[in-house]
Design a protein around this ligand. Structure first.
Ligand code: ACO
Length: 431
């Protein structure tokens, strides 16, 4: 799907060159500049990839101006209302919704892989009890590559598929074990007759001394949050997984690199940062002061949970979470906890403020997810871990898509060098 119908004219170098435009099924077309350097000696410059498509992908589509998010063509609103996280994971991996038998089979396979090797448990002991769970997660998930390396041939589609299943299955077990390590409780084994989310809740909150039944409302809320976070096309962490994987690296190590990227406060770490910010604001009377700080260019403070690289409209995921948060908060929230009211008021004030309106800064998915996680008694430092569990299905889908793509090459950006020009070494005693 390409025509040579764009032209680059650069009079200073007497250059005029035709370029192909690759058409998307929906969304913006892309000028194909892949041979530009070879043909002209020129590079393109796009820090932060604001105008750069790094690959073809048929997994997720976002229209940031209209607030649209589709997984394999299906609107997020329909998936959030009607499907389960494992159904969505299947959809992301295989491209189609599963039928009843396929879903049962897939759930069974994921269940089969939920346990972690007993030897892996000793890795947790190497971390201090108060280590951040994302730090533990990066280390432990990366170390999975040591368990599945020599037996793994990433050029074999079946091997890739098994790796993807393992990753989706083991992530909740590892995440819950991170929490148990933090609180000094024994790791709880998975129980595979529970749903994916119910199993995670049990591994988080059960102890060997008491019966535990996951609460259906908590399970439903988690299922929804996991669906909403499952994929988001070429975001920072997914691009990191793809870049790491483009060299042929072990997929578990690639997912660990995605977890590291997700941790940052500008990405998945924002849900944790939102709660810290709301706590810092403390009271509705303080909102104006913090909004003024967010607008002050000399102040590094930003309203966490506001703004998005792609959405210049209300994040559709935020709209869905906002709508269901009342049910969860009514059932679980501490009635003395003013966070939700504070968040709603902050949202109202910011959405009317010229600064936020002009820049199209709307609440993103993380503005609300932390409040729900808090109501479910999930500690704040686990919020980004929750995001990582859900996003794993997107990461592995992208990794599989990339490795199977015949056009795939090692990712290797170029640069505009602006360091020192050629100079001679000066001996130590002459400096
Ligand atoms: N508070 C105050 N001002 C903001 C905010 C914010 N949260 N976000 C953006 N702006 C301002 C910027 O200062 C800039 O203003 P200027 O044009 O006057 O210089 C303008 O809006 C554009 O912002 P950029 O930083 O250029 O936008 P970019 O696309 O690079 O960044 C990002 C997007 C990182 C999400 C940013 O909006 C942000 O830091 N938000 C807060 C963190 C957050 O919530 N991250 C979660 C993202 S969603 C996710 O990962 C799941």
């Amino acid at each position: 799907m390409s025509d040579k119908n764009a032209k680059l004219i650069y009079p200073a170098a007497e250059l005029e060159i035709g370029l192909k435009v690759k058409k998307a099924v929906i969304g913006p077309s892309a000028v194909d500049i892949s041979t530009l350097y070879r043909d002209t000696g020129l590079l393109t410059y796009d820090p932060g990839f604001l105008s750069t498509a790094s690959c073809h992908s048929s997994i997720t589509y976002i229209d940031g101006d209209q607030g649209v998010l589709l997984y394999r063509g299906y609107p997020i609103e329909q998936l959030a209302e009607k499907s389960s996280f494992l159904e969505v994971s299947y959809l992301l991996l295989y491209g189609e919704l599963p039928n009843t038998a396929q879903l049962a089979d897939f759930s069974g396979i994921i269940g089969h892989h939920t346990m972690i090797n007993e030897a892996l448990k000793t890795f947790f002991d190497g971390f201090h009890y108060d280590a951040h769970p994302m730090a533990i997660m990066v280390g432990v998930v990366g170390s999975l590559s040591a368990f599945y390396h020599d037996s793994l041939d990433i050029q074999n589609p079946r091997h890739r598929e098994i790796s993807a299943h393992r990753m989706i299955a083991k992530m909740p077990t590892i995440a819950a074990a991170c929490f148990k390590h933090n609180v000094g409780e024994p790791i709880v084994y998975p129980q595979n007759n529970l749903s994916y989310c119910g199993n995670f809740l049990k591994m988080m909150f059960a102890t060997p001394c008491e019966e535990y039944q996951p609460d259906p409302i908590a399970e439903k809320a988690l299922n929804l949050l996991f669906i909403l976070h499952a994929d988001h096309e070429q975001n920072a962490s997914t691009s990191t997984v793809r870049l790491a994987g483009s060299s042929g690296a072990n997929p578990f190590a690639c997912i660990a690199s995605g977890i590291a990227s997700l941790w940052g406060p500008a990405h998945g770490g924002a849900n944790e940062a939102v709660l810290s910010m709301l706590e810092e604001i403390g009271d509705v009377s303080q909102i104006e002061k913090y909004v003024a700080r967010a607008k002050d260019k000399d102040d590094p403070f930003r309203l966490m949970g506001f703004g998005h690289r792609v959405y210049k409209h209300y994040d559709p995921r935020a709209r869905i979470i906002r709508a269901v948060s009342h049910e969860v908060l009514e059932k679980f929230a501490d009635s003395n906890n003013p966070m939700f009211e504070l968040a709603l008021r902050l949202e109202e004030i910011a959405l009317q403020d010229e600064y936020f309106v002009e820049r199209k800064l709307y609440p993103n998915v993380d503005f609300y997810s932390g409040i729900i996680y808090q109501a479910l008694k999930i500690p704040r430092n686990m919020f980004t871990v929750m995001f990582a569990i859900a996003r794993t299905s997107g990461w592995v889908a992208h990794w599989m898509e990339m490795i199977a793509d015949p056009a795939q090459r090692i990712g290797r950006p170029r640069q505009i060098y602006d360091g020192a020009p050629l100079r001679d070494y000066v001996p130590l005693d002459k400096r």
